[in-house]
Design a binder for this molecule. Structure first.
Ligand code: ZN
Length: 57
């Protein structure tokens, strides 16, 4: 499942294959890299969306 995030370096939206991670504030996010420049992309997920992808708090 592809995620979509904004790449600050390309200044464009990029699709990426995100890994579900937990941020410092306890919220889930999908993290991956821009396929064009390799910059790390993060997309904040809702709790429900993250749980559907196997995330647990
Ligand atoms: Zn990029």
């Amino acid at each position: 499942m592809a995620d979509e995030g904004y790449c600050m370096k390309c200044r464009a939206k990029r699709e990426f294959e995100g890994q579900v991670v937990t941020l410092k504030n306890g919220r889930p996010a999908a993290q991956g890299t821009c396929s064009v420049c390799g910059t790390k992309l993060t997309k904040i997920l809702s709790m429900d969306a993250a749980k559907a992808r196997g995330w647990s708090a």
